[in-house]
Design a protein around this ligand. Structure first.
Ligand code: M6R
Length: 608
């Protein structure tokens, strides 16, 4: 969590830092701050709230200089106030520091420093690092940082300035991302590539535990023992346009409408005629035949795509598959063996819980695959093979196009592996491939339709306190995802439930004004779900039916009807979630919520 950015060069550092922080606000937006060096010591400005608050401070009380660091915060230790905002400055006023992550042993370090007479200003874990650096300073910021990080436990991307060496920024990372942008006569550091895109496309991804020294004239990299490392920058294919709203009111709406293109990109080159082509993953059929079980690890929306993934993998490969919330997996004393194939799913590739769970399975000798959206992020760099979803940057905190492209990724993996282990026949593969090929067009048709029932529902139910979403089998996770979308951006409580479970308890909630969204596209469980809806109707509940075009029974039962195009049931979660994303979006906008930056959340959760 949190976004960090640093600049060394001839421009006004604050301008570059603000531009970078704007691109990183998705990582946190509780408060923001900058520190600039200009030969007269370090100058710091901070403000609580969105970046615009900091801009206001800078416009009335600006700072000039060409070396600086900036931070946008998602609070972990200490409430969002000015004192807890980064950059933090050491007791002697010489060190300024920004941090993304958590220093787990900060309490013992704080105690030690307090015993030496250091007075703490903030409640953060980060402040201890500033003081440790000041205490240990040996005339060289790089050597000092290399010594100090050896005392830290936890996750961090750190960038540090010192007023005795005002020409440089020194940075390091462990478990949190850090990229370096290489310019001409100027250089940058940041949590993520979009922060530096306006100035350079030459990027270096700093490896775990390594250090960087960044000056105007160059960048030097070192391992943890300060052995110099050679490196070659990569040219990123990301563009600034991709990270703009392009006329949409919110990134979320833009990203919902990007799904046809994103799906086409995910599929591109991975289906060939009637076949799935996974050659880029270099999977070995013989070794896959030895896989005894599959475990999917993910969080949030990615977890729900993983739940669909389980059903798909079991259907097409017949290999027992379990889906785990990565944060639970870590502490569940999991059984890991070399016969296990692990699939980590993550939009950002930086989610700390997923990364940690992945570390454990790698230590246990399991084979690993990732389904991920962000090229070069930490998760793809840890696994044996990655299926990139190619959805483009997802900026809205509520995940939309990442989800549907992950689903498409799972279809490709399940059918592809199913063929390799001889559990899916050619005819089935052909049917699914044909269905997948139609997905971008079907999603586009659905979006072009301007689903009137969705807008009417949003208007009618925006003031209720509770919503129930039900689905079965492939669309049970759709119910969970629909409910998550609604609660995270509208703040209305919503639950996703397996339709058959209603009668085991939640049916007690149903009465005249209680809305249930029943996801019942054509497929094996449709009829069963219709029975669940009958049970709700018999108790005078309100039902919004999501069904396949032409389902007359659904039409008769529904108080509101949302229809999706006909498709194979294995693909129906891709279509079914689209109206639910829109329902959440329109409900949240009716309520005047900050759709792209919902309260208390951040896009990338890089703390456990
Ligand atoms: O980047 P990841 O896919 O690993 O992120 C996982 C979750 O944090 C994420 O899906 C979160 O639940 C979204 N806000 C949901 O919309």
């Amino acid at each position: 969590m949190c976004g960090i950015v640093g600049y060394v060069g001839p421009r006004e550092a604050t301008e570059v830092l603000i531009e970078g922080l704007r691109r990183l606000e998705y990582r946190g937006y509780d408060s923001a701050g900058v520190a600039v060096m200009n030969g007269t010591g370090v100058q710091v400005r901070k403000a609580v709230g969105r970046l615009s608050a900091l801009e206001k401070v800078l416009s009335s009380n600006g700072i000039h200089g060409g070396v600086g660091i900036g931070h946008t915060r998602w609070a972990t230790h200490g409430v969002p106030n000015e004192v807890n905002s980064h950059p933090h400055v050491s007791y002697d006023g010489k060190v300024s520091i920004i941090h993304n992550g958590i220093i787990e042993n900060y309490r013992e370090l704080k105690r030690e420093l307090a015993e030496q007479g250091v007075k703490f200003k903030s409640d953060t874990d980060t402040e201890v690092v500033a003081h440790l650096l000041a205490k240990a300073f040996d005339g060289g910021l790089l050597t000092t940082l290399s010594k100090v990080v050896k005392r830290l436990r936890g996750a961090y991307a750190l960038a540090v300035c010192h007023s005795d060496q005002p020409d440089r920024i020194v940075a390091t990372r462990m478990g949190s991302p850090l990229v370096i942008g290489i310019g001409e006569g100027e250089n940058f550091i940041a949590s993520d590539v979009p922060a530096v895109l306006k100035y350079t496309r030459q990027i270096v991804f700093l490896e775990e535990g390594c250090l960087a020294q960044v000056t105007r004239d160059g960048v030097e990299l070192f391992d943890a023992d300060l052995k110099p490392l050679s490196f070659t920058p990569t040219t990123t294919s990301l563009t600034l346009d991709a990270a703009e709203k392009e006329g949409y009111e919110h990134f979320m709406l833009k990203e919902i409408h990007e799904q046809p293109h994103a799906l086409a990109e995910t599929i591109r080159g991975r289906i060939d005629g009637d076949h799935v082509d996974l050659s880029e993953l270099e999977l070995d059929a013989e070794s896959l035949k030895g896989v005894k079980r599959i475990a999917i690890l993910a969080c949030g929306t990615s977890l729900y795509s993983g739940m669909v993934g389980k059903y798909l993998l079991e259907r097409f490969t017949r290999i027992p598959t379990e889906t785990w919330s990565a944060s639970e997996f870590r502490y569940a004393d999991p059984v890991i063996d070399p016969g296990m194939l692990v699939i980590a799913v993550s939009q950002s590739g930086e989610t700390a819980d997923t990364l940690e769970a992945l570390r454990i399975v790698k230590e246990g000798g399991a084979r690993t695959i990732a389904i991920c959206n962000v090229m070069g992020s930490s998760i793809p760099r840890m696994v044996d093979a990655t299926l990139y979803t190619r959805a483009g940057p997802e900026i809205g905190v509520a995940s939309t196009k990442a989800y549907t492209t992950q689903l498409a990724g799972f279809v490709l993996l399940a059918v592809g592996i199913g063929r390799m282990v001889d559990k899916t026949d050619e005819a089935t593969e052909k049917t699914i491939v044909e269905g997948l090929r139609q997905m971008p067009g079907q999603v586009k048709a659905l979006l072009d339709e301007d689903i009137v029932a969705v807008k009417r529902c949003a208007k009618r139910y925006k003031d209720v306190f509770n919503f129930m979403y039900i689905g079965r089998h492939f669309n049970y996770p759709t119910a969970m995802e629909g409910a998550l979308k609604l609660k995270e951006i509208s703040y209305i409580h919503a639950e996703g439930y397996a339709g058959g479970e209603m009668k085991h308890g939640p049916l007690a909630l149903v009465e005249g004004t209680f809305p249930t969204i029943a996801i019942a596209p054509a497929g094996r469980t449709r009829e069963k779900l219709i029975s669940n809806v009958q049970e709700i109707k018999a108790r005078k509940g309100v039902v919004v039916m999501l069904s396949t075009h032409g389902d007359e029974e659904a039409r008769e039962l529904a108080d509101y009807l949302i229809e999706i195009p006909a498709c194979e049931e294995e693909l129906s979660p891709i279509l079914a979630v689209i109206p639910l994303q829109l329902l959440a979006y329109y409900t949240a906008t009716q309520l005047g919520r900050d759709v792209d930056k919902p309260r208390n959340l951040a896009k990338s959760v890089t703390v456990e």
